[in-house]
Ligand binder design. Structure first.
Ligand code: NCD
Length: 277
């Protein structure tokens, strides 16, 4: 039985198969979702993915027996006796991996604290491949926002290190595991670099994980004035939800691919479900 707890659990070949959606066949199964932390896209796209492959969904109810003091371990064990695969999100780093020990079926990590969000990384790489010009693998990626506390960034850096891209990184914050070939810049300096960027990946302030205020994150808001200075064939990604870091006027910019990124979540997660089960 194979879980997906981290990008480290996937080989380069497996990543290629999933992001190229090689497994979109109908294999009806029941997907159990347990979200111990808020979610819109991740949960709903997993549900949509389940329906799309002819499966069905059971979701841990708000009013579950956890209110009677039942442990998370017993909750996971129970749902794994009903579902064919479990999708778990938890506010504590490492907790999804612990809970996976109580499951009789494969577990997908849908985000654990500031640690990892491997399915978001699969979607991000698929979206970069979709829009990146086929004949060049040399690209410049600017990561901005709350990089240190973001699990999507942690998983994205891991998946990119397993990809064919040769990347020059521009980072506006420290990250847990710094990649090779990185230049650190201040958010206020983005305007001097934006013309060189192929992929601008933005994140919101992860306030729920902060130990102190991070005022410096307010120093950058993407407007059309700035976005229009990027290459025409460049792309703007964001895992969402956004706060104020992208002005709504940017949504119609040709470089904004974050809604397509959101949409890709369904097929990539459907392919992953079939891959694991
Ligand atoms: C992200 C998450 O939950 O980590 N959201 C998502 O799944 N697309 C990003 C975030 O919350 O900022």
């Amino acid at each position: 039985m194979k879980h997906l707890l981290s990008i480290d659990d996937l080989t380069k070949e497996e990543i290629d198969r999933i992001i190229n959606r090689k497994h979109l066949t109908k294999v009806p199964k029941i997907i159990g979702t347990l979200f111990f932390e808020p979610s819109t896209r991740t949960k709903l796209s997993f549900h949509t993915a389940a329906y799309k492959i002819g499966g069905n969904v059971i979701d841990l109810p708000e009013n579950s027996s956890q209110k009677k003091g039942e442990s998370e371990e017993d909750t996971v064990k129970t749902m794994s006796l009903y579902a064919n695969i479990l999708v778990i999100r938890h506010p504590d780093a490492g907790r999804v991996a612990e809970l996976a020990n109580y499951s009789n079926v494969p577990v997908i990590n849908a985000g654990d604290g500031n640690n990892e969000h491997p399915t978001q990384a699969l979607i991000d790489l698929a979206t970069i491949n979709q829009y990146q010009c086929r004949d060049t693998k040399d690209i410049t990626i600017l990561l901005t926002g709350d990089l240190y506390y973001s699990r999507t960034i942690n998983s994205l850096l891991k998946i990119l290190s397993k990809s064919d891209y040769k990347i020059k990184y521009l980072l506006t914050d420290k990250v847990k595991t710094p990649p090779d070939n990185v230049t650190y810049i201040k958010p206020t300096e983005i305007k001097y670099y934006i013309e060189k960027v192929d992929v601008l990946y933005m994140t919101r302030p992860q306030k729920e994980r902060w130990e102190r205020e991070r005022f410096e994150l307010q120093d950058f808001v993407l407007t059309n004035e700035l976005a229009n200075r990027m290459k025409v064939r460049s792309m703007i990604l964001h895992p969402f939800p956004r706060n104020n870091e992208i002005a709504p006027e940017v949504d119609k910019n040709i470089r904004s691919v974050y809604f397509q990124q959101m949409k890709n979540g369904v097929d990539i997660r459907a392919a992953l479900i079939n891959h694991l089960h």
